[in-house]
Design a protein around this ligand. Sequence first.
Ligand SMILES: [Zn+2]
Length: 64
Amino acid sequence: MAKTPRKLKKARARHAKSCEGKQAHKSKKEAEEVARKMRAERGRRNLSAYACQSCGKWHLGNRR
Ligand SMILES: [Zn+2]
């Protein structure tokens, strides 16, 4: 089960691609502002801003 490094590589590529369709914010402040609104309006309590490794911008995602 642990001998699947190629699968990992594939998963990473998919992640980088998926970030294209996501809303990107140019700063943490901006992303957190949107996250705060969504938490208040939609009850998305797990929503948090994170710096994207692929595009260098900020996205909103579920905290783990
Ligand atoms: Zn990204």
